[in-house]
Structure formats: C-alpha cells, structure tokens
Design a protein around this ligand. Structure first.
Ligand code: UDP
Length: 477
C-alpha cells in the first residue's frame, strides 16, 4: 500500500550531552534536508537532569516534524548510590527508564521505520526486534574507539588479566596501536561494574542493522579503511558503517553572559584568544587547577576559561551535578587571580556557548579535554588544540590528535609529578598562540576544516553515506 506520509524514524539517546547532541543533529538533518518525521525520545529522570537541561532549553523552536517524546521519569533514589561510577549511574538510569519502551513506541502516531540509538541504549534492540523495527547505532566517539569496541569481546575472550598490564600497545585489527595508558577508563579494571556495562553494550554492536560514525573519510582514514576491509570485522559480522560526520551542535542557547563574551571577543585581535573548557563533566584536582591558573596568567595570552569547582576524587565529578550548583571561583583560584587577569581574559562559571566562541575569528586555539564532540567542534572551526584529556577515552583522542594528526599539542607531566606544571602550561599556550609552530598547527586545522566541509557538501563522502541510508529508509516498506 502506497503511503503519502513522510518516512518516520525514532531516536533514543542515553542522558549525556555528548551523545544527545550528535543524535539530535542527525535527527534535524533528516527532517530539514530529507523530508522525514522524527520522534526524539528523551530520558527525563531527575538524576540525569544536569545532562539534559541544556538540550531541553535549547530546543524551543525545533522544526514541526521533529517531535520530542519525553520518557516518563523514574525514581532512581532506591537504585543509585553517590559512590557509583558515572557509567554505572548512566546505564542504570537507561535500564530503568527504558522499561516502558515497547509501549512508548507502540503509542507513537505511526510505526517508525527505524530506531537510532546511542551506544548505551542497546536494551532497545530486543524491543525493536519484537516490533520488527530496524535498529541503527550512532557511535558518537572516534572510529578508533568503535574499532576497539568491536574487538573487545575477542580480547576479553582471549586474554587473561588486565589490559593495562600488557607489555605492548593493543593492536586493534587494522588500526593504530593503542597504548595501554591511553585505554579508556571503562576497560582499565575488568572486575568492576563499569567494565561490565561497557562490555555489555558494545558486545551488542554487531546485532544492529547499521552503525553511524561521527567522523569522515579524510579525518580517520585508517580506522575507516580497517572497518571496511580488514577480515576481522567481516568475521564478526560487523554491520555496515556509515561515516556521516562531523555533525556538531548548530544552535546554542546564548545567555546574556555569552553575549558579553562574544562582544569582548569582537575587540580582540584575530586568532589571539585561547578557549579553555573541559566538556560537560570534566574536572581537575585542586592542585592542578592552581597550576593551570598560574600557567594561563604567566603566558600573558588572552583567554576565556570555563571554570568548575575542582575535585580530588574524580575527573568527571561534574557530569551529573547540576550547572546551577554553587560555583565561586574566588574560593579555589589563586589569590588575586581574578584581579590580575581582568584585562587578559574572562572566567565563565560552569558553562559557555562553546560553539559560538570557537566560531569567533578572535579565537585562536582550544585547550580541551578532547571529548569527541569538542574535538570535532575544534576541527570544524579550524582551531588547533591543547590536548588535556581527563576521563573516558579522551587520552586516546589526545594521542591521536597530537601524535598522529598533528592538530594538537600535549603538555606533559614532568619530574614524575602527577600534575602538569605552570611553566609547561605557560609554554604550550605561548607556542600555540604566538609561535611558528602554532601557525603550522593552525594551518593543519584549517585544512581539516576545509576537508570537513567537503565531506558534508553535495557529493562529499559524509553526504553520500547519509544519502545511502536515507534512500534505504525511504524505499524500505
Ligand atoms: N559544551 C558547551 N559549553 C561548555 C562545555 C561543553 O557547550 O562550557 C558542549 C560542547 O560544545 C560539546 C559538549 O558540551 O558539544 C561536550 O561534549 P564532548 O564530547 O566534548 O565531551 P563530554 O561532555 O561528552 O565529555
């Protein structure tokens, strides 16, 4: 039976900014460029509100065919404890929230052709199998991590002991070796529940109908080639991988404070300002924060710094703690920092309109925790990075950006200490903003920017990869 209705696809993401954002960008693209209707399911539990409130407030005027469907909140208080790992908390929230998923899908105005999920929502696979709906995974981190994740069940089967104790880097089939110290946090200890959850979800990757990757052919050629051609991935029946990126946040809430920052940027010289931010959850220790502050000040370079309360317990301490929480930098920054740097830069408490700042012509480099979205946002704007990885797979991203691609500088810990010292920080900031090496890095980043534009434009590799999927969904009955 012919239907004149627009094709309908549903989306579902775990409650993390870094996952919701790219899934939502894909959803918007399907609606705005390809004539789809989309139901975007959102987990609304109080326990993860810190990760979803920005999304909710930024989507006041979404296109008419993009429907936000709130999954009823669940009371997580009997299940969660404050000492749980971020990933455990996140996965338990997802598990509880998705219990009514089947009915939520059945109650949609019409049956979706497909459900696009992020990596931590694989409970949806069984539900959709029962309903005969194809499931697609959107892998929101690097393709190197995707390849590692596809390899993990094999590694788990074949290896005893801890991966971090291996004498050699891990050779993911066809990809660049991953140094054990760069391994993602979730696989550093196989006995804890974080590993259990990560393993559980990635081991289901091969039961989806296709995998979207937020990357593009010329950005991660080696890993993409491996997934296409290496026998290993075929042997485990890897579904087709569609590199459709870079999909980055297009619209942002620009607060009054952000508007002031952008106005300040207007008055600064071209490429002169360093933007400093650690993603949606990154936090440094109190000792490291002091060093960073002095390093910034000593560099005498212009800066915009999103500061958060330090934590000595966890590098992702702010992940689930609300941005509105009290944050008074004068308590933890060096005495007089604020006064001494008034002309040099701006401190922003907890959150800034990152994409708008990166897109400003006065911004010249980005000191970042190297979350995948932040890395892509930096590339899309042609900005070299100072790589400051904190948690999850960020060390791996940092190594790739700095050592493999030549797009970032990585400050090093010296003298066996566990903090990066102020002098080292001063040096890398000067290098990236005012040296010839910085100019070279910026040229490399500019080339990446051009290459990303090409990939997304008519006939480009990411454009074509998305079209392939779109056409399949359009013709599939
Ligand atoms: N972000 C922002 N303002 C901030 C900090 C972060 O808008 O002050 C956004 C940033 O633009 C990016 C996302 O939060 O889209 C962070 O995602 P990423 O993958 O870089 O890191 P994660 O938060 O997942 O660690």
């Amino acid at each position: 039976e012919m239907s004149m209705e627009k094709p309908h696809v549903a989306f579902l993401s775990s409650p993390g900014m870094g996952h919701i954002t790219p899934l939502f960008e894909l959803a918007k693209r399907l609606v705005l460029h390809h004539g789809f209707q989309v139901s975007f399911l959102v987990i609304t539990t109080e326990a993860s509100a810190a990760q979803t409130e920005f999304f909710v407030s930024s989507t006041n005027d979404f296109p008419p065919d993009l429907h936000i469907i709130n999954i009823p909140p669940v009371d997580m208080s009997p299940i969660l404890t404050p000492d749980m790992f971020v990933l455990t908390t996140l996965c338990l929230i997802v598990q509880e929230s998705l219990k009514p998923l089947k009915n939520i899908i059945l109650e949609l105005p019409n049956r979706p052709k497909a459900l696009v999920i992020d990596i931590f929502c694989t409970q949806a696979i069984d539900v959709c199998r029962d309903l005969d709906i194809g499931v697609y995974s959107f892998f929101t981190a690097s393709t190197l991590l995707l390849a590692f994740s596809l390899y993990l069940p094999t590694l788990d089967r074949e290896m005893e002991g801890e991966y971090v104790d291996l004498p050699e880097p891990i050779q993911v089939p066809g990809c660049s070796p991953i140094r054990t110290q760069d391994l993602l946090d979730m696989v550093k200890n196989r006995k804890i529940d974080e590993y259990y959850w990560y393993f559980l979800h990635v081991s289901r990757l091969c039961s989806v109908s296709g995998i979207f990757a937020n990357t593009w052919d010329d950005f991660e050629p080696k890993s993409l080639k491996a997934l296409r051609e290496n026998e290993f991935y075929r042997s485990i029946q890897t579904p087709p991988v569609y590199p459709i990126g870079p999909l980055i946040k297009q619209e942002e809430v620009v607060t009054k404070q952000d508007a002031q920052i952008l106005a300040w940027l207007d008055d600064q010289p071209l490429n002169s300002v360093l933007f400093i931010a650690f993603g949606s959850g990154g936090t440094v220790t109190s000792e490291q924060l002091i060093e960073l502050a002095y390093g910034i000040e000593m560099s005498k370079q212009k800066f915009i710094w999103v500061v958060r309360k330090p934590s000595d317990a966890s590098a992702s301490a702010s992940f689930f703690s609300s941005g509105s929480e009290e944050n008074d930098p004068s308590i933890y920054l060096p005495k007089g920092f604020f006064e001494r740097t008034q002309k040099q830069g701006i401190l922003v408490s907890s959150w800034a309109a990152q994409v708008a700042i990166l897109g400003h012509k006065s911004t010249g480099a980005f000191l970042s925790h190297c979350g995948w979205n932040s890395s892509l946002e930096s590339m899309v704007h042609g900005l070299p990075m100072i790589a400051w990885p904190l948690y999850a797979e960020q060390r791996q991203n940092a190594t790739m950006l700095a050592e493999e691609f030549g797009l970032a500088l990585k400050p090093e810990v010296v003298n066996g200490k566990n903090v990066i010292g102020r002098k080292e920080i001063e040096n890398v900031i000067r290098l990236i903003i005012e040296s010839d090496e910085g100019v070279k890095l910026r040229e490399m980043a500019r080339a990446m920017m051009e290459s990303s534009k090409k990939a997304l434009s008519d006939g480009g590799s990411s454009f074509n990869a998305l079209n392939t999927m779109v056409n399949m969904w359009k013709t599939h009955e």
